[in-house]
Structure formats: C-alpha cells, structure tokens
Design a protein around this ligand. Structure first.
Ligand code: ADE
Ligand code: ZN
Length: 349
C-alpha cells in the first residue's frame, strides 16, 4: 500500500489513498449543509423558484463568512429550494454517495425540521424524504446511518416541543434529537423540557455547545440536557474543570475543523486546538458539519489534519475509534468497525 514505515526511519506522511481508506464515522453532519451550489440551482429550476443569484459564480462568491450567524443567513436562505420529499431524497442520496467515497462507514445525520416547517413544508415531507433514503444507505452505499432531528435554539422552545411531540406521534424513524443554530444568547437551559421529553421516549440526546458560546453552555448541555455527546465543544478548553469532567467520562466532542476555520472560531487550521485536545485525553472526533459550505467533506478534514499537523496512523485511528465508540450503534455494529480500523492501522503502519 505504501513505503514501509520502520522504527528506524521517520514515518512518511499518510498518503491520500491511505486517508481515504481509513474507516470513518461521521457524527456531526447537517444534511442541509451538504446542499451544493449546483444542486441549489437544479432544484430551483425544478421547483420554479427565483433565486437572488445571477449564476453559479455569483452564488459561490457569497461563501465567505465572518461568524456563525453570517453562515446561517445563507444556509437558511438556500433551503428555499427544498420543497418536496424528492428534493430531500436527492439531497440525502448525493451526501451518501460523497460520504461513501470519503470512506464513511456510518453516518448520524442532522435534519433541521423547523427550518422547513416555517416555510410551509410539511414535517412529514422533510423527515420522510431524508429517512427513506437513509433506510437504504447500507444496501445502496455500504454504510449504516441514523437520523437525528435538531431543534433551532433561536426559535421558541415551545415550538421545538410541539415539533417533537408531532414526531413522536407520527412514530418518525429518528434515533435522537439535537440543538443547533445561533448559540450565543440561547443557552441549553431553555430546552430542558424538550430534552426531558426526548429522553422519556428513549431518544438519544446531543447538542451544539461551546462553538461560539461559553463553557457554561457545555456544562448546561451535560447536566441539564444530559447529552451523550457535545457538538463542537471546543471552547471547553477555557475551563479546566470541564476538561477534566469530559476526559474522566470520555464524553465525545464532535469537532469540525473546516467549520471552525470558515466561521472564524479559530484563525487558521494551524491554530486549531485539535492536537492539544487529543493530547489532553479528550474523546475528540472529526466531522464535516456543513461540507458544501466549508470547503470539504470528512476525508478532506482528515487529510488537512495530516497535512497541517503531521498526524499519523495512530492519531487518525484514535480519532476514528473515538467516533465509533461515541456512535449510537449496537455492540454488534460497533465491533466490525473497530476491527476495520485496527486492520487499516496494521496495513499503513
Ligand atoms: N447549523 C448548521 N451548522 C451549524 C453550526 N456549525 N452551528 C450551529 N448551527 C448550525
Ligand atoms: Zn453543526
């Protein structure tokens, strides 16, 4: 597969083929964030929607962000083209095809139902459009998947509660719930009741916290929402007691390197604390967040870590193993993935 790496010669950087071959698990991926510019234009035409962009270049020129909100403005505006279950299905199929190329073996996919229901799209339309394709992911793309519905924290908690209640009543095929959108000023405590209802129905819980918001929001997500994983969580590093808590319990953080750079949470990738987080023993995982907006999919994020920090097989295997361990999988599903990572490591070592 590559030049042998021996104890006496310094390890050569992992090749692109080796990075691609690493069995990967994606735990932080917004399906709406995989809406590529080309698909936006195609769906606009199919649905007879007039977009405020002259052409593809004009649209692409807007992918410059100063913070989370500046991204969210474009992200929500572009969703106007998602109208029918077929649109959501096409979007999901395109992601799965790309994820398969990236070496993704299991994906837990976020969907923002309120971003669609507020525009008049029925809840069943967006959920079934995505879920029906995810159900075929193993047969069609060789990867397992799960659906997590995420609630918009900058909308009222009562609305989230109503949507969750409707999802439960319709027996929607969801694995869990999450919390996303504009973080600062919208603390997890506001959503305690929503998460309590989810837990009472056996749903898994995750939440974005510590992306732009303070460590206090991560504490709230852990103690009040009782999340199993924290999405982003990189501002946890500002609170040593929180880091100890996360390390002791091995609570996974779904870190998104490209996202953090493009949303200016960090200045450049070289400034990203991911290597320091690994060194402190945090259960770090690598994810792509909104790959159509942030310059790359999961393989690209891993590749950039190799190129920028010189991460090797041991670190990449640890990152991928952390994701397998944090995934909402049965032990029977987890074991072959752990074996596949070990086999990858043996081949590239
Ligand atoms: N929705 C989509 N991407 C997001 C992010 N990075 N943070 C918060 N909400 C989001
Ligand atoms: Zn996110």
């Amino acid at each position: 597969m590559s030049t042998p790496r021996t104890a006496t010669s310094p390890a050569a950087p992992l090749t692109r083929a080796e990075v691609l071959a690493l069995p990967k698990v994606e735990l932080h991926l917004h399906i709406e964030g995989t809406l590529e510019p080309e698909l936006i234009l195609r769906l606009a035409e199919r649905n007879g929607i007039r977009l405020p962009y002259a052409d593809l270049d004009d649209l692409r020129a807007r992918y410059e962000f100063t913070d989370l909100q500046s991204f969210l403005n474009l992200y929500y505006a572009n969703m106007a083209v998602l109208q029918t279950a077929e649109d959501f299905a096409d979007l999901t199929r395109a992601y799965l095809a790309r994820a398969q190329q990236a070496g993704v073996r299991h994906a837990e996919v976020f969907l923002d139902p309120q971003a669609h229901t507020v525009r008049g799209v029925a809840l069943a339309t967006c959920v079934s459009g995505v879920a029906d394709v995810l159900e075929q992911s193993e047969a069609e793309f060789g990867m397992t998947s799960a659906l997590i519905v995420t609630f918009l924290r900058d909308r009222p908690a009562a609305e989230a509660l109503a949507v969750l209640t409707e999802l439960i009543e319709m027996e929607a095929p969801i694995e869990g719930i999450g919390l996303d959108s504009a973080e600062v000023g919208h603390p997890p405590v506001d959503f305690e009741e929503v998460f309590a209802l989810a837990r009472a129905h056996g749903l898994e819980c995750v939440a974005h916290a510590g992306e732009e918001g303070p460590p206090e929001y991560v504490w709230q997500a852990l103690t009040l929402l009782q999340v199993a994983r924290v999405d982003h969580g990189i501002r946890s590093l500002e609170d040593d007691a929180l880091v100890s808590h996360l390390v002791e319990r091995q609570i996974a953080l779904t870190v998104c390197p490209f996202s953090n750079v493009r949303l200016r949470v960090v200045d450049t990738l070289a400034d990203h604390p991911l290597p320091a987080m690994l060194a402190r023993g945090l259960a770090v995982t690598v994810n792509s967040d909104d790959p159509a907006y942030f310059g790359g999919y999961l393989d690209d994020n891993f590749q950039a870590l190799v190129t920028t920090f010189g991460l090797g097989a041991t670190e990449l295997a640890t990152l991928s193993r952390n994701a397998v361990l944090a995934a909402f999988l049965t032990e029977e599903q987890r074991e072959p993935l752990l074996v596949a990572i070990e086999e990858w490591q043996a081949v590239v070592a």
